[in-house]
Design a protein around this ligand. Structure first.
Ligand code: F6R
Length: 611
C-alpha cells in the first residue's frame, strides 16, 4: 500500500530509486513521483504507472546523489498528478513521501489554513509536511526536532521520508505502523517499504521500529526514539535472492508464483515434517504447543485470501483437535468489541504480515490477554513481531498482487499446526496422523501434476472468458476453495463472481442460473461428494454451464459437466492445496485473455497497510 524508496550515497540516485519503484509497484500503482536535489529541490510526479513518470522525466537533468520516490495507492484524494507524492512544504524546501494514513489530518489542516497555509493537493501527506514546516519555523529548530514534535501530535500510521534542500547530505525518516527497511551499503544507504529494491545492492538491512526516527547520511545511520534517545541499529542479513523477485522468464509474476508452488509448499514443510520417521517439529510454536492444545477455543483472524486459508484451517483444526474454531474478518473482529481474553488463542494469518486490519485486531486481542500465533510469510513483518509465537510460511516473496503461492503455503503450515496440536491433545489416532503426514509429503508432487493441466485450463478460459458472471461452488473443505476461486477471478479479470457453499446455492443464488452462467464446481472426491453431485444436477436442470474440478477416476461427473479438470486424488483434509491450483490458473488465463495487467489489477495493491 504505497511504495517508498530513497537513496543517499556516491552513485546517481535517480536510476536506483526508479528501479526500486518498479520493484515496489505491486504496492500501489495509480501514480508515482520522485524528488531530488540538483540546483535546488526538484520534484516530478505523474498519474499512472512508474513507466509514465519515467517518460515524463526523460528529458530532465536527474543527476543527484540523494533522491526519494513513491508509488501510490490512493487514500486521500483521487489519483492525479497533484495528489501524487512527494509533497512539498509551503517554502518549497522540504519534500516528503508517505505510506499510511494521518487520521487527524482534517484537524491539522484546519489549524494550518487558519495560519495562512494553502494546499495544492487533497492529501493528508501535504498537511503533514506543512505541519512540520510550521513547527520548524515557530520553534526555529532543526527538521529532526520539528519532526519529533509533529509526530507526537499525529494520529495514524506512517512511514515518511523527507529531503531538505538546505541539507542535501541527509535523509530523515520515521516509522509507525507501516514497514521501513534501510539497506546499509559501503558509503551509501537505501530505504524502502520492503527489501526488494535493496537486495541487489546489499544484504545488510535494518528494520526500523515503530516510533523511531532515522537520520541518514551516505556513511552514517542514526536511529533515535521519539524521546530523542539514540537506539542501536540492529543489522540483519537478508535471506532473499534477487532471482526470487524477478520474473525468471514467465510473462507475469502471478504465473511464476503459481508454478513455484511445488517448491514453495515443499519449503513450507521442509525441516518440519519427516513422514518416514513420523516426526513433526514446529520450532516457532514449541514453547506454546502445550498451551495451544489446552486452548478453550481458537480464533483465526485474517483478510482476503488469508481469510480463506483460515476457513480451511477451521475445518482442519476442528476435525483434528476437537477445539472450537471461529474465523473472523480482521476488520470486523476488531471493531465489534469481541469477547476475548485469557485462554483464547488467536491465529493471525497474513502473507505480508503488514495488513493493518489484521495487525490492529491482534493488538487489541493481545491487550485483552489472548495468546497470538502468527502465520506470516514476510520474515520480520509487523504481525510476526507482535505475535507471541509464530510459524513462517516460507513461500518466498509474493509480488503478483493476487495471492497464490502464499495461500497454499498457509494451508500446509496450518495443517502442520493442527496435526501437532492434535497429537499433543491425543485427539488423533496414530494411523491417521501418519497417513496425513504421508499425504502432506506427497502434496508438492501432486501440485506439480496439477500444473500440467495448464493448457487444458487455458482452453476452458478461452471458452468462458466473455461470461458476465461466474458462480463458484464447493462443500466442506472445498467451500473455501470456491470462495478463493471467485475472489481470484474478480480481482484480475473484473468479472463478477460469487463463491458459495454448494448446498446454500439453492437458497438464493440459483435464481441467477441460466444457459449463460458458468458454474465452477470444486467437486473432488470427499465425504461430501454424493451431495455435490446432486448440486451439479440442480444446476444442469436449469441449463447452467458446469466446469468441474474432479478427482482422477471419477466416472460420474464427466457425464454431467460441460468441462472437467481432473486432479490427483488426495485426502480431503489436504485436497484444497491441490484443488485451488485450477482456480488460480483459470483466473489467470481469463485475465490475460481479456488483456488485463494481472500482476497489477486495477484499484488493488498488495499489503494493505491502511484500515
Ligand atoms: C487476494 C489478496 C488479498 C490478501 C489480503 C490479505 O488475492 O491478495 O485479499 O489476501 O489483502 O493480505 P495479507 O495476507 O498480506 O494479510
Amino acid at each position: 500500500m504505497c511504495g517508498i524508496v530513497a537513496y543517499i550515497g556516491q552513485k546517481e540516485a535517480y536510476p536506483i530509486v526508479l528501479k526500486g519503484l518498479k520493484r515496489l509497484e505491486y504496492r500501489g500503482y495509480d501514480s508515482a513521483g520522485v524528488a531530488l536535489i540538483n540546483n535546488g529541490l526538484q520534484v516530478y510526479k505523474k498519474k499512472g504507472k512508474v513507466a509514465e513518470l519515467e517518460d515524463h522525466v526523460s528529458s530532465k537533468d536527474m543527476r543527484s546523489h540523494i533522491a526519494i520516490g513513491h508509488t501510490r495507492w490512493a487514500t486521500h484524494g483521487e489519483p492525479s498528478d497533484r495528489n501524487s507524492h512527494p509533497h512539498v512544504s509551503g517554502n518549497g524546501k522540504l519534500a516528503m513521501i508517505h505510506n499510511g494514513i494521518i487520521e487527524n489530518y482534517a484537524q491539522l489542516k484546519q489549524e494550518l489554513l487558519s495560519k495562512g497555509h494553502t494546499f495544492k493537493s487533497d492529501t493528508d501527506t501535504e498537511v503533514l509536511i506543512h505541519f512540520i514546516e510550521e513547527i520548524q519555523q515557530n520553534n526555529n529548530c532543526s527538521l529532526e526536532e520539528a519532526l519529533r514534535i509533529a509526530l507526537k501530535r499525529v494520529v495514524g500510521a506512517y512511514v515518511i521520508v523527507i529531503v531538505d534542500e538546505d541539507h542535501p547530505d541527509t535523509l530523515i525518516a520515521a516509522r509507525k505502523g507501516s514497514p521501513l527497511v534501510i539497506g546499509v551499503g559501503k558509503g551509501e544507504h537505501f530505504l524502502a517499504s520492503d527489501a526488494s529494491p535493496i537486495v541487489e545492492y546489499t544484504k545488510e538491512v535494518v528494520y526500523v521500529n515503530d516510533y523511531e526516527i532515522a537520520i541518514i547520511k551516505a556513511d552514517e545511520l542514526i536511529l533515535k526514539n521519539i524521546s530523542n534517545e539514540i537506539q542501536t541499529p540492529y543489522i540483519q542479513k537478508l535471506d532473499i535472492e534477487l532471482a526470487a523477485i524477478e520474473k525468471g522468464g514467465y510473462d507475469h509474476f502471478m504465473l511464476k508464483e503459481i508454478f513455484e508452488q511445488p517448491q514453495t509448499i515443499f519449503d513450507s514443510l521442509r525441516g518440519r515434517l519427516d513422514a518416514k520417521k513420523g516426526i513433526l517439529t514446529i520450532g516457532g510454536i514449541r514453547e506454546h504447543a502445550e498451551m495451544l492444545s489446552k486452548a478453550k477455543r481458537i480464533i483465526i483472524v485474517a483478510c482476503g485470501t488469508s481469510w480463506h486459508a483460515g476457513l480451511v484451517a477451521e475445518y482442519m483444526i476442528e476435525e483434528l483437535c476437537r477445539i472450537p474454531v471461529e474465523v473472523e474478518y480482521a476488520s470486523e473482529f476488531r471493531y465489534r468489541n469481541p469477547v476475548v481474553g485469557p485462554g483464547d488463542v488467536i491465529i493471525a494469518v497474513s502473507q505480508s504480515g503488514e495488513t493493518a486490519d489484521t495487525l490492529v485486531a491482534i493488538e487489541s486481542a493481545k491487550q485483552k490477554g489472548a495468546i497470538i500465533l502468527g502465520v506470516c510469510n514476510v520474515v520480520g513483518s509487523s504481525i510476526a513481531r507482535l505475535s507471541d509465537a509464530g510459524v513462517y510460511t516460507h513461500a518466498g516473496p509474493e509480488i503478483g498482487v493476487a495471492s497464490t503461492k502464499a495461500f497454499t503455503a498457509q494451508l500446509a503450515v496450518l495443517c502442520l499446526v493442527g496435526l501437532k496440536v492434535a497429537m499433543l491433545k491425543g485427539s488423533i489416532t496414530e494411523q491417521r496422523f501418519q497417513h496425513l503426514l504421508d499425504e502432506l509429503e506427497n502434496i508438492p508432487e501432486k501440485v506439480a501434476a496439477t500444473l500440467k493441466l495448464n493448457d487444458r485450463i487455458k482452453e476452458i478460459a478461452a471458452k468462458y472468458k466473455d461470461a458476465r458472471d461466474f458462480l463458484y461452488l464447493g462443500r466442506g473443505y472445498n467451500f473455501p476453495v470456491a470462495l478463493e476461486g471467485a475472489l481470484k477471478l474478480k480481482e484480475i479479470s473484473y468479472i463478477h463472481a460469487e463463491g458459495y457453499p454448494a448446498a446454500e446455492m439453492k437458497h438464493g443464488p440459483i435464481a441467477l442460473v441460466d444457459e449463460n452462467l458458468p458454474v465452477v464446481f470444486v467437486a473432488t472426491r470427499d465425504s461430501y461428494y454424493e451431495k455435490v453431485v446432486s448440486n451439479i444436477q440442480e444446476i444442469k436442470a436449469r441449463k447452467g454451464k458446469v466446469i468441474a474440478v474432479i478427482t482422477e477416476g471419477d466416472q460420474v461427473i464427466p457425464g454431467m459437466a460441460d468441462d472437467i479438470i481432473v486432479v490427483p486424488e488426495a485426502d480431503e483434509l489436504v485436497a484444497p492445496i491441490i484443488s485451488v491450483i485450477p482456480m488460480q490458473l483459470l483466473a489467470y488465463h481469463i485475465g490475460v485473455l481479456k488483456g488485463f495487467d494481472v500482476d497489477k489489477p486495477r484499484n488493488l495493491a498488495k499489503s494493505v497497510t491502511v484500515e
